[in-house]
Write a protein that binds this ligand. Structure first.
Ligand SMILES: Nc1ncnc2c1ncn2[C@@H]1O[C@H](COP(=O)(O)OP(=O)(O)OP(=O)(O)O)[C@@H](O)[C@H]1O
Ligand SMILES: [Mg+2]
Length: 337
C-alpha cells in the first residue's frame, strides 16, 4: 500500500498584521515517492506551503502530519533533518568549500570522517560533477548551474525522506535548466524520493511532476496529473494558468502514462506500443503515422501497463481542439480515422 508522506489537515497560515490568510484551510495528501510540482501566481502561498512543512513557518491552525505523526511532536531541528530544502538563492556558505558545504548536516549528525568523505564523493557524482575537480572549490568559483547542483547535493547529504524545492532552477538559463531537470528526474527515479517542487514554468511543472498542485489565493484549486490539469482543468483559473498559444508545445511535456487507461481487454501482439515516459507529442505522432485507434503503453521492461484510445484522447481535449484546429497543418486535421 502506498504510504502518505505528508498530510495537511485544514491548515491555515496568517502572518501577523496581514489582512488575508497566506494559506487558507488546505487539506491534501502527498504520497511517498511522488514528485509533486506546485504552480500558482505570485503571492498565492506556494513558499508558505513549503515552509510550514519544515517549520520555518508555524501553522496558525490545522495539522501537518509527516508519515502519520504531527510535525510538532518532534523538536524542530530533528524534524528538519528529515527534510532536504533547496531554494533559488542557493544559500551555499561562501566561506566553505564545496566539500564542507555538502558535509554540513552529516557533521551535525556526527558521522565519522570516512563516511562523510564517501558521501560527498557519491553525491558529487550523483549531480554529475567530478569530486576531484570540484571538492576544494569555493561557491564563488562555480557557475550558477554548478552552485545549484551543489545545493541539491547538500540538501540530500543526510538522505532526507522528502525534498522541498522552491524555484530551484528559476535563475538558470534554459539549456542548463533542462539538464538539471533531466538529472533531477534520474535522481528521483533512482532514489524514489518524495519531492515537492515549486515553479512558475508550466512546462517544467508538467515535465517533472507526477502530479501538480495549482494554488491561488492561499487555496489549492486543483491537485491532479499534468494531463488532467491541461485537459480537465477544475475551473477557469487553472485553465488560464496553463493555457498556451502553442498547445502542441505543452504535449511535449506530458507523458504517455498520464493519458493511459487500464488494459481491460486482450490486444493483438502487433498493436503499436509506446513507452510510459514518452511524451504525448510522440504519442500523437505515433497515432498519426500508424493510423490506429489504440496504442499500448509499456514500461522500460517492455511490460504492457495500459493503453491509450484515440477516442478518449480526442474527447478529453475537445475543449482544446478549437485552439489546435485554428492552426494550419496541425495534427488533427490530418488524422482521418
Ligand atoms: N514572512 C512573511 N510575513 C508577512 N507576510 C508574508 C510573509 N511571507 C509571505 N507573506 C505573504 O503571504 C502571501 C503568500 O506568500 P508566498 O511567499 O507564500 O507566495 P508565493 O506563492 O511563494 O509567491 P512567489 O511566486 O512570488 O514566490 C503573500 O501575500 C505574502 O505577501
Ligand atoms: Mg515563493
Amino acid at each position: 500500500m502506498t504510504k502518505i508522506a505528508i498530510q495537511f489537515k485544514n491548515v491555515s497560515k496568517k502572518f501577523e498584521k496581514a489582512q488575508d490568510y497566506a494559506v487558507s484551510d488546505i487539506s491534501v495528501e502527498i504520497e511517498e515517492g511522488n514528485f509533486v510540482t506546485i504552480l500558482g501566481t505570485s503571492g498565492s502561498g506556494k513558499t508558505t506551503f513549503l515552509k510550514m512543512i519544515n517549520r520555518i513557518y508555524e501553522t496558525t491552525s490545522g495539522e501537518i502530519l509527516f508519515y502519520g505523526e504531527n510535525i510538532k511532536s518532534l523538536p524542530v531541528e530533528k524534524h528538519r533533518r528529515k527534510i532536504g530544502y533547496v531554494i533559488q538563492q542557493i544559500g551555499l556558505f561562501p566561506h566553505m568549500t564545496v566539500e564542507e558545504n555538502i558535509a554540513t548536516v552529516p557533521k551535525i549528525l556526527h558521522w565519522n570522517k570516512a563516511k562523510i568523505a564517501t558521501r560527498v564523493d557519491d553525491l558529487l557524482n550523483l549531480v554529475n560533477l567530478s569530486p576531484e575537480n570540484f571538492k576544494k572549490r569555493y561557491p564563488r568559483q562555480l557557475s550558477g548551474g554548478q552552485q545549484q547542483r551543489i545545493g541539491l547535493a547538500r540538501a540530500m547529504a543526510a538522505d532526507p525522506e522528502i525534498m522541498l524545492m522552491d524555484e530551484p532552477f528559476g535563475a538558470i538559463d534554459a539549456i542548463t535548466r533542462q539538464n538539471l531537470q533531466d538529472e533531477l528526474l534520474k535522481i528521483q527515479k533512482k532514489l524514489n524520493k518524495t519531492i515537492l517542487f515549486v515553479t512558475h514554468d508550466v512546462n517544467e511543472a508538467f515535465k517533472l511532476g507526477d502530479k501538480v498542485i495549482v494554488m491561488n489565493k492561499g487555496k489549492i484549486e486543483q491537485f491532479d496529473t499534468p494531463y488532467n490539469i491541461l485537459f480537465k482543468p477544475a475551473n477557469e483559473f487553472v485553465a488560464k494558468l496553463v493555457s498556451s498559444d502553442d498547445i502542441l508545445q505543452r504535449f511535449k511535456f506530458l507523458k504517455a502514462e498520464d493519458a493511459m487507461i487500464s488494459l481491460d481487454t486482450a490486444f493483438e501482439p502487433s498493436t503499436i506500443r509506446v513507452l510510459n515516459k514518452q511524451s504525448l507529442y510522440d504519442v500523437l505522432t505515433t497515432f498519426l503515422s500508424n493510423n490506429v485507434k489504440t496504442i499500448i503503453v509499456e514500461d522500460e521492461k517492455q511490460i504492457p501497463i495500459g493503453k491509450i484510445e484515440w477516442d478518449y484522447l480526442n474527447n478529453s481535449f475537445a475543449h482544446k481542439k478549437q485552439e489546435i484546429e485554428d492552426r494550419p497543418g496541425e495534427y488533427f486535421d490530418k488524422l482521418s480515422i
